[in-house]
Write a new protein. Sequence first.
Length: 437
Amino acid sequence: MALIEVVKYEGSPDVFAWKYPNDELGTWTQLIVNESQEAILYKGGKALDLFTSGRHTLTTANIPILNNIVNLPFGGESPFKAEVWYVNKVFSLDIKWGTATPIQIQDPKYKVFIPVRSYGQFGIRIEDSRKFLTKLVGTLPAFEKENVLQYFRGLYLTKVKDSISSYLINKNVSVLEINAYLDELSTHLKEKMEPTLEEYGIQLVNFYVNSINVPEDDSAVKKLKEALAKKAEMDIIGFNYAQERSFDTLEGAATNPSSGQAGLMGAGIGLGMGVGIGNGMGNQFGNLAQNINTANMKVCQKCNAMMEAEKRFCGNCGHDSHQKTVKKQDEKKKEETEISCSNCGCSLEKGMKFCPECGDTYIPCIHCGADIKAGQSKCAECGKDVPQPCPKCKTLIPNSNVKFCPECGESLIKKCSSCGTSYEGNPKFCPECGQKF
C-alpha cells in the first residue's frame, strides 16, 4: 500500500453507484470527487461522512463522525478500514423500457381482447445518495442502468397496463386509436411513478411512451382490421351490412343450380327460406320482395335509401334526385354556348386569344364570356359593364360610374386634351372642339 493513497472514480459513465475496491485507507489518503458526484464513507456497514466535489484529505480532523466511532491510537496516525462509494448525480435520460410480452386488454369500443405492446424511455437522477445506497444498492459492487430496469420492471409494467386500460375505458377509444393520447399518457405515468422512485432517493426527470402497437399477425387484430375495412367500404358505397347480406342471399337463391326455377321464382324460393329464419330477417326479405327488380332501383344520394329509378323524390327523406341532374345540365348547356367574334362572326372557343378568321383580339366578358369590341363600355350579350383599366395603375374598374380609382385614387373623369372639356363614354370626337380622340 502506498504511503499516501489517491482514491478517485474509476467506474463506467453509465454506472450510478461504484465502490472503490480498496477498503484499507490510511490517514492522509487523498479523496478526489468529480463534479456531479458525491462520495460516501462507510464504516462497519454504516454510512458516515458525505463528500461533495473537490479534493479531500482523509484525517480524523475532517471526518468527525468517524473520529467518534474509531479510537485511533498514536494520535490518529494509524490506518483504518473503510469503504468509499461514489454516486453519479448526472441526468441519465436514455433509459429505454418496453413490455417483453404483449398485454391482453379488452378493447372497450369493439369488445374484443387484443394483445398490446408498448415501449419508450425515461430519465432519472440520483437525488439522495444515502437513501439510494442504503435502500437499493446494498452490497452490490456497482449499480448500472440494467439494474434500474431490472428492479423497477414490475413497477412500470403495472403502471403502464393500468394507465392504458384506464384511458381506453374513460375515453371510450379503441386500442387502434390510443396513439393519439401518448402525450397525456406519458404525463399520467410520470405522476404515478414519481412517489415510488422518491422512496429510493431517485428523481424521475421524465417518462415517455413512444409507441403503443398491436401484433399484426394476431388473429383478433386481423379480424378487427378486416371488419373495419369492410365497414369503410360499405360506408363509401352507401350500403349497410343487412342490405348487403340480403342481396347476397337473393343472388344465391336465384342462381341455385339445384332449382328448376329461374329468375323471379328462384328468388322467391330464397325469400321463403329467409322468412322462416326469423321475424327480423323475414321483414327484411318481405320489403325486398316488393322491389325485387334491382335493375329499376337507385340509391338516394342523401340518405342512401333504395328508391325506384323513375321516382323523383325519395320516400325516406324527400330528397329531389333530379336537382343535381338539372344543375349539371344547366352547367353543361352554359359551357356549350357558342361564342362569336365581334368583328367577323367566326366561332370562338374558350382559351383563344385571337380570332382564327380575322385575327381580331378576343376580349372575353367576365360575366358571360362573349367577345367584346375594343372600347365598348357594356357587353352586347349580357348588357353588364365592361371593366376598364385605370390609366395610371391599370387596375380594372368594374363600374363605369366610378369617378376615382379605388386602388391609386386617380381621377377617371375623361377630359379633352385640346380644350379640357369633360366627356363620358367613348366618343371619337370632342363634343366641344371636335378634337379627334
